[in-house]
Design a protein. Sequence first.
Length: 762
Amino acid sequence: MNAISQKGREESLSSAWIVLLGGLLILTVIFSLRLLSDPDLGFHLNAGRWIINHLSIPQTDIATFSVPNHEYIDLHWLFQVGIYIIYLLTGYPGLSILVCIVVCTLFFLLARRMVSTSTPYRLVTPLLLLALVIMEPRFILRPELFTYLFITLNLIILDNYYFQKKRKSLYILPIIMLVWCNMEGLFMLGFSLIGAYFISIWIRDRKPDLRLLGWGTATVLICMVNPYGIRGLFFPFDLLTRFQTSNIFHEHIKEFQTLFQLDAWTVKEYASLFYLILSAGGILITFKQRKPHELILWVVYAVLFLLAIRNIPLFVIVTLPITGLSLWEIIGKVSRNVPLKTRIGVGVISALSLLLIIMTLIPRLITNTYYSNNLSYNKTGAGLDQLQLPEGATDFLLENHLEGRIINSLSYGGWLSWKLPVPIFIDARLEVIGEELYTEVAESWQGGLGALLKKYNADLLVYDYVRYFSWTPQILANPGWHPIYLDGQSAIFAREGYADKIPFQYSDDQSHQAIGKPLFTSKEKLMILTQAGTPRFSLWLQGFYKKHSTSSSRNQNIASFLLQMKNYPEAERYFLQTLKLSCGSAVSVYYALADIYMEMGEMNLAGLCYKRILEADPTNTTVQQALVIASKKPVKNLKGFANCLADAEATKHFNNGNIKYKEGDIKGALEEYSIAIRLNPAHSKAYLNRAYIEAVELQEFEIAVSDFDTAITLDPDFADAYLGRGSSRYNLQDIDGAMEDWKKAESLGNGQAEKLIHQHQR
């Protein structure tokens, strides 16, 4: 009777896992239904509109004035036409819903494929949850979203053929490929799937499967049915150059970097690494039970995983059923001698834990706290994220009929081309703009903005000043340019003689605060500066019911920009507003306000700021010293003291980096040097030490050269920087460049450089 009762409990537990799978579906809907914020959306909509209006497919670039004659092989044309039609019918909310439908369909197919391999729901559900957390950054309206779907459909058909001999379904492969090759350049991944199964069947049956070979050949041939013929078929192979470490796109574009190159890790990065280890362990332990195609696909897509973070979802999609089956086989062996009662107990605990995770994530996604805590700009909802895309900037240009020649930041190009009636400078279609133009942009970050504006006869500069922070001091120092617009993300400057009659307008897009609003009174300032910070636990609880607001960070962006303009009263107003909205938790703001109050001679307020900093960092001796000085009120000697304070903070982190490096904490040292650079962008030694770690410890010579370059720009007589850059160039096979750097280092008195020259002299 007891055995029957336990059996009934086990069956009830299996039903509970199915219910949990339903809860996971709700979580998937919320994870994938989000506001549109991807900068690529603009150029896709623009291309779809152009194709429909012209009833033809573009052959050369249609969006820019900088590379109008560059070849444009638009393999995304079917995707672009489709989303443009949906936009015309439903607006932006319909596009958000489209993403949700595709993602939910994808996860349904993944679940179905895992269940078809006899993996139980108790393992399917947690693995799908893990996949959801890993893949959510790529739930954006890009063609690759459909690639995930096409890969899964191909694998289901090939599984059915391999295990169940369903021959009739093979004809679907060319149909999928016909659509795929006209939507996304990654269609060539379909060849790898068919090839892996073909090899596996050959090994199993000891003869080639001519039927699969025939349909596989058909999928290749049908890919020439695209607007560009054989050029379109081979074009994706040109894109592989982006994954070469020497390629400039690989060096600068985050999604082409590897997981281990990222400066900061959040939940998704740790989850990705955990899944890789878990999957690898499952494969190794059950190696003898794995089919050849499973091993081939795992290795191929693991390599892609390691090449770039944008490939991580591909690895998860292909290997998830393999991982599930491997783990289930391991669990089966381990649990043979485990009593049924214990198994049921473990199952109950697992189910309750998973339920708790799902119930925790759902409200924190709805309030957007999850995204904020994981350094993501995503927001739950349907429609357009007008705060993340340059909607305010484009509306300003349209309202004032400003149609001059624009120089824009890379991420803004797509949206500007969609919204404005004039061609733009550059967008994110890397295969179109090419390395030469992108190199010009990269050089503009290092002081070359003026030359860029002059070369292209620009009338306007429209850019994301948060990401392109190095453009701001350059344009402010250029007397031939003046600001005309600023919001929480975007800035617009006009050249002298163009748009001179338009007054400078700036506002926070949410509260619409405009220039001229009364400043805070002295009493209000004291209240804001002395308000008690919200405890961490209270902030965590608020994440379940209080909608996360971006007003605080956007006000801080505006304030920082105004501070660079030396508009202290207005900068103070926005910094105070930031503190008010953040309930005093934005500690970095106190440093900026201290700077402002020092400049304005308001010693009592500066002292309050230093006290608040010390509450968060009681051992900060530099701030303690500043507080003493501020209390003595030597006004004549305080000009720029807060800038010195920031420099001192940078030195503190630089020294911490040296200590951590000596202790063997490479990652910690890199983080400390990076903080020092953020606090003091002119800290040449921080660039030098970071570069040495990148070169010596990480073997990332291209990245190291970039940091050595910056150190030399800041200090042209920095012998150690020339020595290090020379060694990095030598490792990159640039022998002439290495010798040139070593000779320069030798001329500056570096004895080690002399030895290297004699050692490697030809």
